[in-house]
Design a binder for this molecule. Structure first.
Ligand code: XIL
Length: 410
């Protein structure tokens, strides 16, 4: 039985907490960096007058409901999982009941799949046919299948978590870079092998692939905003994206969606849409994934809803693929503000879906509990894991649209 996070707040406490939090918000930096070093620029000015309070009923009926039930008519609810949870029923019970989509946090990235020793040992046969291995996801794919959890595959092509040796003649770290032609062959081979293996071993389980991740970075990019600090860009050139999507479409089964995925989409909506235009014209892309690594100072309207509406209007499906909402310090007031932010975000996205403005397919939370988050210093997730227990935070109640969490942004 899960314990609820925190005690139910009285009217008085809510007001005290929120007012106490205002000084922190007001005094905070306008510019923050999330853990990728990506600048988050948007802030919301808090207003104390907007905080009515509703006592939590006891027992709270929300405790017996689940995220996937609450949003079953609107979109999937996903979670990113590292390897290592399967033996712990306290975790798997909650995952099974709450989520109907999952992403492997790191296990389906190129550095987890490519095998350097086998690539090097197999030369010249492996020169354009790199060796891959997907064994580490086996038990998780079984878990997903047994529990009706669809899998979103993250990610085929990315500048990060892709080994530098993959781009060299002899598959050595310091080796000479291969030509564009050879790298295009390796790209084709990698996508073909991974997608084919996934589809053969786990037919029907993967419902979408992130084909390319984070290729657009207007701040440090080329004239079109394409990220230059990427070996894909350096060795192949800016059209590596078009090839990646072309190959993915060639090998992915019909009905499996192909996504471009990126962070801070609200700061580069135009560049993303422009870069994807030829890929869309060729019919090789279905959706845009907005990562959603935000903090309580971000405006949901501007940081999430506006780009999602724009992407939808341009004919794309949309997902929020890596949602986490950071707080600078784990105070009760901040945890309440975080819960409010989760509530507002889910509410606005659902309303926009129902109005036909956002064609959203899934919202994925990037991790299960705070201490396992890649942003653990910012406690950004829906649960805490303490003394062998998984504890629902106020954030979980916010995401559940529990009326005890205010549906407003401060
Ligand atoms: C992160 C993982 O959560 C960490 O465990 C890993 O050390 C680094 O990558 N954007 C992405 C994700 O697309 O793959 C990243 O995941 C977070 C940023």
């Amino acid at each position: 039985m899960l314990r609820k996070f925190g005690k139910k707040l009285s009217v008085f406490m809510v007001l005290v907490l929120v007012v106490a939090s205002l000084s922190a918000c007001k005094g905070g930096d306008d510019k923050k960096n999330n853990s990728t070093g990506n600048e988050i620029t948007e802030t919301v000015t808090p207003s104390p007058t907007e905080v009515p309070a509703t006592p939590t009923p006891s027992p709270n009926p929300i405790d017996d409901m689940t995220l996937k039930e609450v949003y079953k008519d609107d979109f999937r609810i996903g979670v990113a999982l590292p390897i290592g949870y399967l033996g712990k029923t306290v975790l798997t019970d909650e995952i099974k009941s709450q989520f109907n989509s999952m992403t492997f946090e790191n296990s389906t990235k190129p550095d987890a799949i490519l095998r350097q020793a086998a690539c090097a040992a197999g030369l010249p046969g492996t020169y354009t046919e790199p060796v891959i291995n997907l064994d580490s996801i086996e038990s998780y794919m079984k878990f997903a299948k047994d529990n009706d959890i669809a899998v979103r595959f993250h990610t085929l092509v990315w500048h990060s978590q892709t080994p530098t040796w993959f781009f060299t003649e002899d598959y050595s770290v310091g080796g000479t870079k291969v030509s564009r032609e050879v790298m295009l062959k390796r790209l084709e081979s990698y996508i073909r092998q991974v997608v084919t293996l996934v589809e053969e071993k786990y037919p029907g389980q993967v419902y979408c692939y992130d084909v390319v991740n984070e290729a657009i970075d207007p701040g440090q990019g080329d004239a079109n905003g394409m990220r230059k600090n990427s070996l894909w860009y350096e060795v192949i050139g800016p059209d590596f994206m078009e090839y990646a999507f072309k190959y993915a479409r060639q090998y992915a089964p019909e009905g499996v969606d192909l996504y471009y995925n990126d962070y801070n989409c609200y700061l580069k909506t135009t560049q993303i849409l422009k870069a994807l235009e030829p890929i869309k014209e060729a019919g090789n892309i279905d959706g845009i994934g907005m990562q959603g690594h935000i903090s309580i100072s971000n405006s949901v309207e501007r940081a999430i809803k506006a780009p999602a509406v724009e992407f939808t209007a341009a004919g794309y499906k949309v997902q929020i693929t890596e949602l986490d909402i950071g707080i600078s310090e784990e105070s009760d007031a901040n945890l309440e503000l975080q819960a409010m932010k989760y509530r507002v975000l889910f509410k606005k996205i659902r309303e926009a879906k129902q109005e036909g403005k956002i064609n959203i397919d899934c919202i994925t939370i990037w991790g299960l509990y705070d201490s396992a988050s890649w942003r653990q210093d910012e406690s950004p997730l829906l649960y805490q894991y303490r003394a062998g227990k998984l504890i629902r935070k106020r954030a979980w109640y916010g995401a559940m649209q529990d009326p005890s969490v205010k549906a407003i942004e401060l």
